[in-house]
Design a protein around this ligand. Structure first.
Ligand SMILES: [Zn+2]
Length: 230
């Protein structure tokens, strides 16, 4: 009985903050047994449950166009759009010595990402801009994109996604001097709810040298410069 009361209370809270898009923690809330089932079993189970959802909606699963949808959605969830939940999919990162003694800011801008809002399971998509100062090691540029994609491929709130990318880069690059800015459209805002198709959401993570206003401005000026103007 106690269990039931708890889940009812949780339900009310979830519904209340659902449309406000407020996250609760920097870590993705995963259960300790999250990966006891392997991917094949997860696909089989999700497929079964998604078929049930379609049936409840009244869709005819005998129809050629719909028959494969449950399996297709299940595979997409496990192997693609939510693959970043599983630590086994974390990109393997190799660092290189900073042979050029490059001691200025390195910026990787306009990294396209696709994520999913954890309150509605619809896409969040936009651009990420990342910058760091080397503490002696440098990272392959494509690896920065891969780190962004890894954390994006989870049910997310944009604030948490931004912080997870920033903290991961700090840990990998062994430096405090990391900045992340994300600019995104939320389909739960544009395609439903308030149906606002123009609003975008900005989030930022500034640590180390990037807390200095001049350095922060240098980064922000660069990401706001259209490269066709150069
Ligand atoms: Zn949402």
């Amino acid at each position: 009985m106690k269990q039931k009361e708890t889940s009812l209370n949780t339900q009310v809270e979830v519904d209340e903050f659902g449309d406000d898009h407020v996250g609760t923690s920097y870590d993705t809330p995963l259960r300790p047994d999250a990966f006891e089932q392997d991917d094949d079993l997860k696909i089989e189970l999700i497929s079964k449950h998604f078929k049930e959802i379609m049936q409840i909606l009244g869709l005819d699963l005998e129809d050629d166009s719909l028959a494969g949808t449950p399996k297709r959605v299940a595979k997409m969830y496990v192997e693609e759009v939510f693959s970043g939940l599983n630590p086994k999919n974390k990109p393997k990162i190799r660092l290189f010595d900073n042979k050029y003694n490059y001691d200025q800011m390195l910026v990787e801008k306009d990294i396209t990402f696709y994520s999913h809002c954890e309150h509605h399971f619809v896409p969040i998509y936009g651009k990420a801009h990342v910058a760091y100062f080397s503490s002696g090691k440098v990272i392959g540029l494509s690896k920065i994109n891969r780190i962004v994609q890894y954390f994006a491929k989870r049910p997310q709130v944009q604030e948490r996604l931004t912080v997870q990318i920033g903290k991961e880069l700090k840990a990998i690059l062994k430096t405090e001097d990391v900045a992340v800015v994300m600019d995104a459209s939320h389909m739960c805002v544009s395609s439903r709810g308030v149906n606002d198709t123009n609003s975008r959401t900005g989030t930022a993570f500034f640590d180390g040298k990037f807390k200095d206003q001049n350095i922060k401005n240098e980064f922000l000026n660069y990401i706001n410069t259209d490269s066709s103007d150069l």
